[in-house]
Design a protein around this ligand. Structure first.
Ligand code: MG
Length: 388
């Protein structure tokens, strides 16, 4: 059994929206296919994945380094001990050969696209959904319905508050009961008015989180914390630079409610530093690392192990993502909850039509692998990539 071909294509995100730092109109994502020599129903079994959302395609690193290393490897060296499946750990070690430790940037996203495609391929070889394979591999008892929240709450050029409220109502109509909105893209007073406007629709402040996308310095982060603390919001996300652990620690000492961070930490070492120096409060604060940005499930599971070693629970992990890969991983690893991007970041964001969102929970389907072939907006790109 071997991988006979690796294909990659950079696909633009359909998203003319922005947070406090980034406009997504120019963003792209790498869709990757691992074509195996196993043939079912006249077609090769293919592993599909992508490099999550929000960090651009990884065509350069994939084509110049990772895909050539994978293709040069002895086929048997990429298989599990019993030779029945591909080994995600061995594939990751193979593509990371000759890479220095540290400096986890785009390389981590490129590696994730390939590593996750191995999980999709293995699940399809077994004819089971990826969440089931992940749960089996890590000895987790998966839940039927995973808590989910709708991430959005963007800034609008006109009728800012009215359109923000309309957006929250649309999510409610889709079955969501928990929400997240952007802050930090306007002056503090204006952001407080936006939170008040959103709460008029959401109701319970424990169902509304806010995300500053790493925008603030320590004093601004604390000023926002003071201004927001009487709301008692669900969480206050990425207040400052993702690697500013001192800021997290100082803010956590004065802000009484939940903080969340981690979507821009791409390695075990970064998470180890967060738990050592970030002042993350056990049983309160949330971790949001994204396996699709951080070398895939192999490295992500090691991150969770580091957290657990330091006394945190995997239920405190709510990964960044909002797409099918993240949903399967959240369910398969028994994490705390899933993010969703209803109606944005197409063709990668959001779930397939078969994934029901009911009363603030979501359930993946029984489609083999990550079920990407069931996503109507992604399917034309998959067919194009595979030349079908
Ligand atoms: Mg965020």
């Amino acid at each position: 059994m071997r991988i006979v071909e690796v294909r990659e294509r950079a696909i633009p995100l359909q998203a003319n929206i922005k947070n406090s730092v980034v406009n997504f109109a120019e963003h792209t994502v790498s869709l990757v296919a691992l074509v195996s020599d196993v043939v079912r129903d006249g077609k090769p079994v293919v592993g599909l994945a992508f490099d999550s959302i929000g960090r651009f395609d990884q065509s350069g690193i994939l084509r110049s380094r990772f895909i050539p290393r994978l293709q040069a490897a002895e086929p048997a060296s990429l298989l599990t001990e019993d030779g029945t499946l591909f080994s995600p750990e061995k594939v990751l070690a193979t593509i990371m050969r000759n890479e220095k430790p540290g400096g986890h940037g785009d390389r981590a996203h490129a590696a994730a696209a390939i590593e996750l495609a191995v999980w999709d391929l293995n699940a399809k070889l077994l004819g089971i959904p990826a969440w089931q394979l992940i749960a089996r591999h890590f000895g987790v008892q998966p839940v039927d319905a995973m808590p989910v929240y709708a991430a959005g709450g963007y800034y609008y050029p006109e009728d800012n508050l009215g359109r923000l409220q309309d957006e929250m109502r649309q999510y409610q109509d889709l079955g969501y009961v928990r929400f997240k909105m952007k802050i930090g893209g306007a002056p503090l007073k204006e952001d407080v008015a936006r939170i008040e406007a959103a709460l008029k629709v959401v109701g319970d402040p424990r169902h509304l989180a806010v995300d500053a996308n790493g925008r603030f310095d320590t004093s601004t982060a604390i000023a926002y914390g003071r201004a927001m603390q009487d709301f008692g919001l669900r969480w206050y996300e990425e207040p400052g630079n993702p690697l500013d652990y001192a800021l997290m620690s100082e803010l956590g000492a004065v802000y009484p409610h939940r903080l969340a961070t981690g979507e821009n930490l791409f390695s075990v070492a970064d998470v180890e530093n967060l738990v050592r120096f970030g002042g993350m409060r056990e049983g309160l604060d949330y971790f949001q690392m994204d396996p699709g940005l951080s070398y895939g499930i192999t490295e992500f599971a090691r991150m969770v192990a580091v957290m657990e070693k330091h006394g945190y629970s995997r239920k405190e992990v709510h990964p960044h993502g909002g797409h099918m890969l993240a949903l399967h991983i959240v369910v398969g690893l028994g994490l705390g909850g899933s993010e969703a991007y209803p109606g944005v970041f197409s063709p990668f964001g959001g779930y397939t039509p078969g994934c029901r969102v009911v009363g603030g929970t979501v359930s993946p389907t029984q489609a083999p692998g990550f079920g990407l072939e069931e996503k109507p907006d992604l399917m034309p790109h998959i067919a194009d990539l595979l030349g079908r």
